[in-house]
Design a protein around this ligand. Structure first.
Ligand SMILES: [Zn+2]
Length: 291
């Protein structure tokens, strides 16, 4: 499908260029380094992706604003320190944080959910996620079924108002309609979100695909795990889903996972390639577990 648009290309050309950050999450017990924290919270000017969909995250972690006359939606919130920057980016685009009527989350890890509590206070919006993420965000602590349970990471400030969505549920917010897709594996509650963004008479299917990487604490084995016994089936479900879903524009929780700042809008095969690369990474990881 031909998906190029002048506005998307122009915006991306103006967006931050430069070296792609090194792998931002590692399976060490040391927690994020100061350099990594700085990268994740480095400022990034907000920009339009397509139609009513804008990038409002930091340089290192994605946050997306989808606007409508009857209320906006925010997807993900970066690390705790990023929340005020995200709110400022929304204002820079000419929108009001108070007009955000819903916050959606991909997965309940500190680097994408850390700013949720503050953004909930700033917007008054409820948070929507799947059941398997709820306990983590109510308590701020990872559960044993999370592959990264036991890894050192800063605490997630707990979130108060949470609504649960189920797989394939449609969510109407303002005049936009989002669909939740279960894409577990990286976490049990991992969720991919999809919606249409339009310019004039051309609409594109936007897909904010959740992380699919097999990053874990050293003790977590994907090949046999009593705390998350179906992890491999879950990953396979997620890969197949991403490979087959309608997807014109791929967005990812870490912008470099989809070269979000660098690429022109030619992502009609983006979701498929993203899932295939993730499947290869999991196979690599399983091979090391057998050695
Ligand atoms: Zn994660």
């Amino acid at each position: 499908m031909e998906t190029s648009t002048a506005s998307f290309r122009a915006v991306l050309a103006c967006a931050l260029l430069g070296a792609v950050p090194a792998a931002l999450t590692t399976a060490t017990g040391a927690g994020p380094s100061a350099a990594q924290m700085a990268e994740w919270n480095a400022p990034q000017a907000p920009f339009k992706l397509y139609g009513n969909t804008y990038y409002v995250g930091t340089k290192g972690i994605t946050s997306i604003l989808v606007t409508s006359e009857y209320g906006h939606t925010l997807l993900d919130a970066g690390i705790p320190e990023a929340a005020t920057q995200i709110a400022r980016n929304i204002e820079t685009l000419g929108f009001k944080p108070a007009d955000v009527k819903a916050i959606l989350n991909t997965h309940a890890h500190w680097d994408h959910a850390g700013g949720l509590a503050t953004l909930q206070q700033l917007t008054g919006a409820p948070l929507y996620l799947r059941r398997a993420s709820e306990e983590v965000l109510r308590t701020g602590k990872l559960t044993r079924s999370d592959p990264q349970y036991g890894l050192k990471a800063p605490a997630i400030p707990p979130v108060k108002t949470i609504w649960i969505v189920s797989d394939e549920q449609l969510l109407g917010i303002g005049s936009n309609r989002f669909q939740a897709f279960a894409t577990p594996g990286h976490t049990p509650g991992g969720t991919t979100w999809s919606w249409d963004a339009c310019e004039k008479d051309k609409c594109l299917r936007m897909v904010y695909a959740d992380s699919l990487s097999p990053v874990s604490a050293d003790s977590f084995k994907f090949s046999a795990n009593k705390d998350y016994p179906q992890v491999l089936q879950d990953f396979e479900l997620s890969f197949t889903r991403l490979e087959t879903m309608a997807c014109d524009v791929l967005i990812t929780p870490h912008p470099e996972q989809s070269q979000l700042f660098e690429r022109a809008n030619k992502a009609d095969k983006g979701c498929k390639a993203y899932a295939q690369a993730a499947r290869a990474k999991l196979a690599e990881r399983l091979a090391t577990e057998k050695r």
